[in-house]
Design a protein around this ligand. Structure first.
Ligand code: SF4
Length: 436
């Protein structure tokens, strides 16, 4: 890839009509024309997370007309996980088909952990810089409240230099948004970790959010490295009863205005969204985000459609994610069965990625994305042909085929035994059991 000059972000290049390798690769993967990708990047409806200091072999586009993408959160936490274990989770998430991973580490040596994780990461790598500023302030002074705006900016800068491709910045959490939170009380208040750190800091110091006040500096860093900013939703609802309240919408309005500033600065941007939310509110929330944020790609954290299923939140979020993505959300953050219970283990990571991929694919079918439609059609044909090898190839997760190894033959499977409907109907219609 030709070395890009300062400020030559994919957004800027697309607007000038310059086709890049990343755009071509995304087009090839998605089965759309390179010109389509370029025009959508230029319009800000598609982002391709990259960092000019970390060229990768594969890139993915997130946004309109493309398949729904999935992110897996990993990262150390104090005393419960080390870097080796998190590297393994990263590899597992990628093996299961995650298109991005985010390092949410809050354990010791955050720089070392991030550098180890990002080193061989083949997919887009994201971070939340406020975590680093918070943890370092706590380590240095015994209280996160002592962090300074400069430490917050340093975390953004350091992570950019390390090659991070996208960053969650909680820049829409303003004093006014906190006032809305007070005037329209919630049950769970704030459940975003970054949001809670910033709220504590802002209230303690009686100051505005530094990420909001110094947004121009963040834009300069993002433009230098072509980092995609992911505008964080600090006020995402943390229980179904809190969804779509004044605080959440106040923050979304600010995020929409910051999307405009990103585009004026030539920076790729996407917006983060809820959270916990009942089924009937999801479509309206997606449409509202797209309207207020000028069609910026939408990255949703769930939504979890009920609060009462701990241990099964990969399912509650897959239900919400499928509805959200079919209504226009573009990027799903996985939720694992360990959500609300503990740091996820390997099996939780696997289940979380697979559940989100199912949700994304179900939405892609509903949106009529050609590659998704073709894959399901091929699976239907393979089932009818009792072609187990093909079915395994087409499955989102091939493992269940290995878990039941001796139950399938060319005559059917052990479910119906000699009464296999696929075979019986073919026999009587005189249709050959063609192997596709
Ligand atoms: S035996 Fe029953 S479940 Fe198995 S392939 Fe035939 S119809 Fe499907």
């Amino acid at each position: 890839m030709a070395k890009r000059q300062w400020g030559e972000t994919l957004y800027v290049l697309a607007q000038k009509g310059v086709m890049t390798e990343e755009m071509q690769q995304v087009a090839e993967k998605e089965g759309v024309s390179p010109e389509y990708v370029m025009s959508e990047v230029a319009a800000g409806r598609v982002v391709i997370p990259v960092n000019i200091v970390r060229p990768r072999a594969q890139y993915d586009g997130i946004g309109k007309g493309l398949t729904t993408k999935v992110n897996a959160n990993i990262g150390t936490s104090l005393g419960t996980s080390g870097v080796e274990r998190e590297i393994h989770k990263l590899q597992l998430a990628v093996e299961c088909g995650a298109h991005a991973v985010m390092d949410l580490s809050t354990g010791p040596d955050i720089d070392g952990v991030r550098q180890a994780l990002i080193k061989d990461c083949p997919v887009a790598f994201g971070t939340v810089p406020i975590y680093q500023a918070t943890v370092e302030a706590l380590e240095a002074s015994g209280a996160f409240i002592h962090m300074t705006p400069e430490q917050m900016m340093d975390a953004v800068r350091k992570q950019a230099e390390d090659g991070v491709d996208f960053m969650t910045i909680h820049c829409g959490l303003t004093r006014e948004a906190i006032e809305r939170l007070r005037s329209h009380p919630r049950i769970a208040d704030i459940v975003s970790r970054g949001g809670s750190f910033l709220t504590g800091w802002m209230l303690q110091h009686d100051k505005e959010n530094p990420f909001f006040e110094r947004f121009d500096e963040i834009l300069e860093i993002a433009r230098r490295y072509d980092i995609t900013l992911s505008l964080g939703d600090a006020l995402r609802p943390g229980c179904v009863a809190d969804a779509t309240d004044r605080g959440q919408i106040q923050e979304l309005i600010i995020l929409g205005e910051l999307v405009d500033r990103c585009r004026q600065a030539g920076v790729q941007v996407m917006v983060e969204g809820p959270g916990h939310m009942a089924l009937h509110q999801i479509e309206m929330n997606i449409k509202l985000q797209k309207r207020l944020c000028e069609d910026a790609p939408f990255y949703v954290l769930g939504p979890l459609v009920t609060d009462i299923a701990p241990g099964y939140d990969h399912i509650t979020s897959a239900i919400g994610g499928a509805i959200a993505a079919s209504a226009g959300a573009d990027f799903l953050c996985y939720v694992t069965p360990a959500e609300h219970l503990s740091l996820p283990n390997d099996e939780d990571v696997r289940m979380g990625v697979i559940a989100s991929r199912i949700a994304g694919h179900a939405a892609d079918l509903a949106k009529g994305i050609p590659s998704a439609v073709q894959r399901d059609r091929a699976m239907g044909m393979a089932r009818k042909a009792l072609n187990w090898t093909k079915q395994r190839e087409l499955a989102i997760d091939p493992r269940p085929f290995e878990a039941h190894p001796h139950t399938r033959t060319e005559e059917g499977c052990s479910m119906c035994g000699p009464y296999c409907a696929m075979r019986i109907v073919s026999d009587h219609l005189g249709k050959p059991m063609t192997h596709c």
